[in-house]
Structure formats: structure tokens, C-alpha cells
Design a binder for this molecule. Sequence first.
Ligand SMILES: Nc1ncnc2c1ncn2[C@@H]1O[C@H](COP(=O)(O)OP(=O)(O)OP(=O)(O)O)[C@@H](O)[C@H]1O
Ligand SMILES: [Mg+2]
Length: 251
Amino acid sequence: MKLAISGKGGVGKTTFSALLIRTLNEMGKHVLAIDADPDANLAAAVGIADGDRITPISEMKTLIYERTEAQPGSIGGYFKLNPKVDDLPDALSARLENIKLMRLGGVKKGGMGCICPESTLLKMLVTHIVLARDEVVVMDMEAGIEHLGRGTARAVNRLLVVVEPGRRSIETAGHIRHLADDIGLTSIALIGNKIRNERDEAFLRDRMPDFEFLGFLPHEDALIEADLSGKSPFDVPSRAREVVKEIIDRL
Ligand SMILES: Nc1ncnc2c1ncn2[C@@H]1O[C@H](COP(=O)(O)OP(=O)(O)OP(=O)(O)O)[C@@H](O)[C@H]1O
Ligand SMILES: [Mg+2]
């Protein structure tokens, strides 16, 4: 199963991804977790010690040079368009129990989408992971689906868009659906987050009648506290854990 998580900034993508990854792990699944948001720290949220010290792949200059035969940062020159990547998930992942986690990192964009060694390597890596790995894959992405393309869309079982009761997150979800449509990724479902009461849930259902909701996670102080104290949201008592189990059952 391959799952991609997106949604507006701050809506709870990383919190939800971490809960999902740890719950799947607890169920005995092998999980390949991909931190595809340059600013995020999925590793810390998953509960991997020193998660913030993992070097993102986009910053592994020697590796990028070895695999693409071009210097990172160069644009438009000659480099290998099909670098070897299939050994990278096992070689470069941080681990916790049955979880392997990779940080992709960011690529500076040059004009109309960068065709540079870094982005070529990342794109190949994501394609390989989505098409060829047999773990459950969970990708924590930005407010878009930049790492996915036509070649990978079909292999993504679900794009899960996190929304909170608020207009902007709803607009962003609509925008993400357009981007997904463009690459042929049509299996989208929503996760409601930061739900304070029935009105919040009704607001989201009313505003997004043509979307499928897989579940609603309550707004909980415990999750904010977990974030503040550098703990995984999975390692504090919260009702969100039960909701995430139900969501997995519905997938
Ligand atoms: N259900 C919830 N209840 C209370 N607080 C929450 C909940 N979900 C997330 N938060 C808090 O909201 C903040 C943003 O969450 P998180 O980092 O998961 O969002 P994000 O979408 O990954 O953000 P970014 O776009 O910056 O990557 C954090 O402080 C987190 O603890
Ligand atoms: Mg995040």
C-alpha cells in the first residue's frame, strides 16, 4: 500500500503521518516513511532519536555526484537521467522497529521546474519507492504533490489530504485535487483534523460534499504538548490513536 499525505501548511500532515506510521508499525507492518517536506521533521514526530540530524538526500553531494555523474547545483549540463537508486532506501534510512525513514530534502528551483542532478535523483528515488518497494509507504508531503508524476500516480493507492475547520485548508484541498487530477491520481480522501466539536465536523462535511472523509481527529492539547516536548504524538495518550486505527481499517 502506498499512501501520500498532503494539505495546507500547519494543518497536521506530519502529526497525522507520524500517528499513521507508528500505528501501522504496531500492527506488524513494515513501513517505509518518506519525509518529502523540506521544512518538516517527520523523524522526530515518529519518535526516532536525533531525527533532526538525519542528512536529507538532496544535501548528500557526494552521493548525488556518484549517481548522476554531475555536480549538485549544476543546471542544464549533461548528467545521467536514470541514476541507480534501488539500494538507497535500505542504505540510507533511519530505523525504529519496523519503520525505515528517509528524508528527501528540498531542491532549489531554477525557473520552470528544475532539471538538475538533485531533482533527477529524488524523482527516480520516489518513482522506485512507489513502484517497486513492497513495504507500506507513507509520504509526508508539502501543500502539493510535487514529487509525484504521471508515472507514479497509478501506483499511489490513496492521496490523503488533511483538512482543518477553516476556509484556507479547504481551498488548498481543492487545489491539491486539481494537481492530482492533472497526473491521473484520482483516489483522494480527506482526513479532518483539529476537530473541537460536532460543528467543526459538520462544517467540513458541508463545505466538501463531493469528497470522501476517512475520519476526524479531535483537537487535543496532548498533541500540541507532544510537539512542544519533542515527543511523538503516538507516545502520548490521546483519542487520535483510536481514530487513526479506524482510518487504517477504512483504507
Ligand atoms: N489534532 C490536533 N490537535 C491539536 N494540535 C494539533 C493537532 N494536529 C496537529 N496539531 C498541532 O498543529 C501544529 C502543526 O502540526 P503539524 O506539524 O503536524 O502540521 P503540518 O501540516 O505537518 O505542518 P507543516 O506544513 O509545517 O509541515 C503542531 O503544533 C501540532 O502539534
Ligand atoms: Mg509537516
